[in-house]
Design a protein around this ligand. Sequence first.
Ligand code: ATP
Ligand code: MG
Length: 454
Amino acid sequence: MTRNINIKMPDKVKKIVGILYRSNHEAFIVGGCVRDSILGIKPKDWDITTSAEPEEIIELFNSEGCTTVPTGIKHGTITVVIEKEPFEITTYRIDGEYKDSRHPSEVKFTKSLEEDLKRRDYTINAMAYNDKVGLVDYFNGQEDIDKKLIRAVGEPKKRLEEDALRMLRAHRFSAQLGFKIEKETSEAIKALSVNIRQVSIERIREEFNKILLSNNLVQLFQLYENGLLQHFFGELANCFERSKKKGDISIYSHVYLIELLQSIEKELSLRWAILINYINEFSYNLEDTLVKPNQCKYSTTSQDCASNILKRMKYDNKTIERVLVLAKYQEVIISDKVAIKRILNTTGIENFKALVEIKEAKIKLQSENDINEGMKEIVRIKEEFYEIISSNQCFTIKDLAVKGEDIIKLGVKPGKFIGEILNTLLDMVINEPEINEKHILIGKVKEQMDTREI
Ligand code: ATP
Ligand code: MG
């Protein structure tokens, strides 16, 4: 079922392939860029595979005046920089025995493209192409693209046993491309899922992020069904287990979660905040003891629980901070302008916008009547928010018309008391925006000093 296929390679890639051929080596674009080109998706990068050995690559491209960087020389990868753009060139290789469900003990270079393609994980990732030879597709990758299938190259069990990360990659490609994992490959994942524990949490996190940012969030549930999620995100796996056992159709069902996540902008913190909130709500509303999400009970500790999950997965502090704010304020009632300003004071503008977006997405999943009512609320919140921002209303201490030094000038000793006074003033100004003028606020401070209220 091979078609004559023509992939339009960028000029710089053609140049690299040309240089290698002129020195009697073979060279092909390979992997993700071939797959994406066939699918009509713009490739993120163009990887090149060649029969030339690393030393030869370095010598050849240096003599062409290009910079070469031995990025992964042990595995045969050299980065060649052409007019400031880096390209990875890797020597055809065969991976030796896999020792720890992740890394081959050694790699051997080979002159056979077929051997190099054989070591790759999935048929759709195991194709090579150049203009001279055309598409090289020993494992029917093109056919699997047509059938929308993720299928291991060779015997699935053996391939997934070699490198446990491949199991997550299958789900990730499935999520990104909307493909199904072929039956035998999926069964092998189920049988070997525990091996995912051998993979570093950073690698797991990167694949998980890609799933979370894809269009096919049902893969989150598939991760659970194939037994992977349990090993790195037990809290969510337990929620799914209960949702499945009870056949839940409420907001506690995985179906609801998936729909909600999918309706939200593809931003990691937003989607994570929804996950966190789902787990918390779940624990809070758990009347029975069927399955308790690990250590997660809705209480003052729910923030700790969220923070534990994110720290365990080694997210950066900025992401953790934003997710925690968005999770914490997700259910907060935004009754009027004063409430908006109070929330803005703690969350900041960007987080507030994200909170409204989450609220809106949740409303849109309600029944028709509730949608109408809910959307009226959203429109009101957006209008009030717009008014606050466009009229430059004050909602933080630094927006106040007086500064700490103005208060010190009135004879108040520097120290924590100044902060308290400013907070009291902020409270007043949030309620009455028109009093945010220096002389009025100074007057208020004096008044209160006289009555010793502050
Ligand atoms: P993306 O578009 O997300 O970068 P990709 O297919 O290019 O997807 P990479 O991780 O960049 O994925 O890897 C490039 C190629 O290397 C893959 O297409 C595949 O052929 C091979 N590969 C990568 N990781 C593995 C692995 N763990 N096991 C086997 N082959 C792999
Ligand atoms: Mg890639």
